[in-house]
Design a protein around this ligand. Structure first.
Ligand code: ZN
Length: 348
């Protein structure tokens, strides 16, 4: 067991939203979605070793709710889809995703089905490595639809609904092996506002239906890649996109809402729109490799506490950290927990 000597905090428990950089022997570093550097049994073993390191570093650096750092997946959406039938990865189309950049994506050619568990073995392994609460991220239904070309259903809503059913099966299996928090990543919620209203939140709730584990939705402005940074530059001085989804999520069954905050132009008072929910607040910038100081993190958390009760605040990163040099990501973890510790000491 890892990290037994570092206490787990129930007040302001820290966590990471998504990925950590992978070791260079597993995949090319500082590149998103880089291919595996190993094959076969060596790859399986390498993924587990990387996951072990990710858990160890999180615990050692005071991260309370531990995740896999996405060490066993190449891409947060397509790795899940790869395990489903009905999607042809050799038949690729270039589509505009998130209404922002063109990407070559696989094609839905028939009924989509989950023939076997996707991440359950990896989650079982994660569970065996730590006593800390664990969180597992899955793509959300709308974001899955937006990362594919659909030649079968010809309806984003219909396909999202199919994915929601599949995600719910996977989420229940993850819960059964001891995952405490199931997180759905829905960056699309910051882009397709009409669809969020019409069916996006309903599909998300279907994916989370009947779970005893806590459920979270992560909505962000994306990794710090050029297409996203260019888009952010067009959003003006106040980023009010959350205004569209938050009132709907406030009325939904989802327990935790994860948002981007540090160095973003999201007005802090938008948190009031999710009153009653737990707030996973991004206090670490993932578009900038300057390490935050603990004071800077604490300042962000203090500003958030004007709008959310302390027992509902979960300090986190803004988004995934896969593209960072490893040392930068790890130092940012330390900054996050040091900042949370400062605020915790003021509260008790
Ligand atoms: Zn994100």
């Amino acid at each position: 067991m890892t990290g037994a000597s570092v206490p787990v905090h129930t007040l302001l428990p820290t966590t990471i939203v998504g990925s950590l950089p992978k070791p260079s022997w597993l995949a090319e570093p500082e590149v998103l979605w880089s291919p595996w550097a190993l094959e076969g049994d060596a790859l399986d073993e390498g993924k587990h070793d990387a996951l072990r390191i990710a858990v160890h570093e999180q615990a050692r650096r005071g991260i309370d709710i531990v995740s896999d750092g996405e060490q066993t997946r190449q891409h947060f959406v397509t790795t899940f889809i790869e395990h489903l039938s009905g999607v042809d990865f050799d038949k690729r189309e270039t589509v505009r995703i998130r209404d922002r950049y063109d990407a070559s994506v696989p094609t839905v050619v028939g009924e989509v089905r989950r023939e076997r568990p996707v991440f359950v073995d990896d989650a079982t392994f994660l569970r065996s490595t730590t006593d800390r609460p664990i969180k597992w991220a899955l793509p959300g239904p709308m974001t899955m639809v937006d990362t594919l070309y659909d030649a079968h259903y010809k309806s984003r809503e219909k396909l999202a609904w199919e994915f929601a059913v599949i995600l719910n099966e996977e989420a229940k299996a993850l819960e059964a092996v001891g995952v405490d928090i199931i997180q759905f990543d829905e960056p699309s919620f910051n882009v397709f506002f009409d669809e969020v209203k019409d069916w996006g939140v309903a599909a998300l709730e279907r994916a989370a239906e009947g779970l005893r584990a806590e459920t979270a939705v992560h909505i962000c402005y994306g990794y710090g890649i050029t297409a996203n940074n260019d888009w952010k530059a067009t959003l003006g001085s106040q980023w009010r996109q959350y205004e569209e989804s938050f009132p709907l999520l406030q009325r939904s069954s989802i327990d935790i809402v994860s948002l981007e905050c540090q160095h973003s132009h999201v007005p802090m008072d938008l948190i009031e729109l999710i009153r009653g929910k737990k707030v996973m607040l991004g206090a670490i910038d993932v578009a900038n490799d300057a390490i935050e100081t603990p004071d800077e993190v604490a300042g962000t958390l203090r500003r958030a506490l004007a709008f959310v009760d302390a027992d509902k605040l979960i300090p986190s990163t803004n988004c995934g950290m896969a593209p960072f040099p490893r040392e930068v990501a790890l130092q940012k973890l330390s900054a996050l927990s040091a900042g949370a510790a400062l605020v915790r000491s003021e509260l008790s």
